[in-house]
Design a protein around this ligand. Structure first.
Ligand code: ADP
Ligand code: MG
Length: 327
């Protein structure tokens, strides 16, 4: 293993935490979990050409590799603490590793998260991050708590990241249109794709009052579908209420916008449910964290997710979301 690469990563990502007794450098890390808390653990892999386009800026890849994992902790209502990083690199390009580590570190510092170990190997570019966080015993938020009649909410806006991917597609017939749009619009969408914001503060608020939660990584319909399956319920989405950014509204017409909002992946917003008695207080608490939150539908009896337009007519979806192993 290239010691110098590990040393570069260690130096660039240093975050001091009193609960790390042994970090990078030994055979294993040694950490302490605060009394009365449980560990919440999640892992995600990003593969070049699958999860991000080849030649994506290394700092963006570093940020996103951590962000997608922190988003899972947010959806669990957990506070991040530590991470490990398994890096597979085609070569020992120190410039790339430095930029990658800087992108990772920018978000790690913001989240007070310490990188405590990892592995470094040679092969096609792939990044696996595992994050560890805490929640008070018995308080972690699950997918399985949604009840018939609950309202469904999402944070932020939907469809931006998938729209950003379309903006980067050199074969998209509207490429010139995207470029000629008002300044900042195309850039906003691409930024949402490359630098997702994990909704950690919102996730903590959800512990008081939300009945279930999931993060939107594969697309709203797909992820809400997972939540419904875990809860044994169905869901109806009011498509007209789906929150859209100004950039999405400016660059995409209504029908395509709806597909991006319903099925587009990579937004890393939180989708959660709450009963009528809890919903208003929860929305106020979330508003105090500074992020937007929108009611987009209701939990119903049965199974599966459907979306309706303002007339109540069901919207036919071209695809459910992103699934690596579907034909
Ligand atoms: P071992 O062979 O004992 O697994 P390594 O040489 O793989 O040791 O790693 C040495 C130390 O560097 C370990 O503490 C490991 O956790 C850490 N490490 C290796 N690669 C990374 C990485 N990409 N990011 C962070 N820490 C790493
Ligand atoms: Mg090793």
């Amino acid at each position: 293993v290239e010691f110098s690469l590990i040393e570069r990563i260690r130096a660039r990502t240093a975050v001091d935490r009193a609960d790390v007794r042994v970090g990078i450098g030994d055979d294993g890390a040694v950490v302490s979990v605060p009394a009365g808390h449980e560990l919440v653990i999640s892992v995600d892999t990003l593969v070049e050409g699958v999860h991000f386009p080849a030649r994506t800026d290394a700092a963006d890849v570093g940020w996103k590799a951590l962000a997608v994992n922190l988003s899972d902790l947010a959806a669990m209502g957990a506070t991040p603490a530590w991470a490990t990083l398994a890096l597979t690199l085609p070569d020992g390009n120190a410039t790339w590793v430095d930029a990658f580590a800087d992108g990772f570190a920018a978000l790690a510092r913001e989240s007070k998260l310490a990188l405590i170990g990892g592995d470094t190997t040679r092969g096609p570019l792939s990044i696996t991050v595992s994050v560890h966080g805490f929640a008070p015993e018995g308080r972690a938020l699950l997918r399985s708590g949604a009840r018939v009649g609950d309202r469904i909410f999402v944070t932020g806006t939907l469809g931006d990241a998938a729209a950003g991917l379309a903006c980067l597609d050199p074969t998209d017939p509207r490429e010139a249109e995207f470029f000629n749009a008002a300044p900042g619009l195309r850039e906003h969408l691409i930024f949402r794709l490359n630098r997702p914001t994990p909704r950690l503060a919102q996730g903590l608020e959800l512990r008081d009052g939300a009945s279930s939660a999931i993060d939107v990584s594969d697309g709203l319909v797909a992820d809400l579908g997972h939540l419904c399956e875990a809860s044994g319920v169905g869901a109806v989405i009011d498509a007209a209420h789906l929150p859209a950014s100004a950039a999405l509204l400016a660059l995409f017409g209504e029908s395509e916008r709806r597909v991006l909002q319903l099925c587009g992946g990579d937004d890393y917003e939180l989708c959660f449910t709450a009963g009528d008695a809890q919903a208003d207080a929860l929305v106020s608490a979330l508003a105090r964290t500074g992020g937007g939150v929108t009611c987009i539908g209701r939990i119903v009896e049965g199974a599966g997710v459907s979306a309706v337009d303002e007339t109540g007519a069901e919207i036919v979806l071209p695809r459910r979301g992103w699934d690596h192993f579907s034909p």
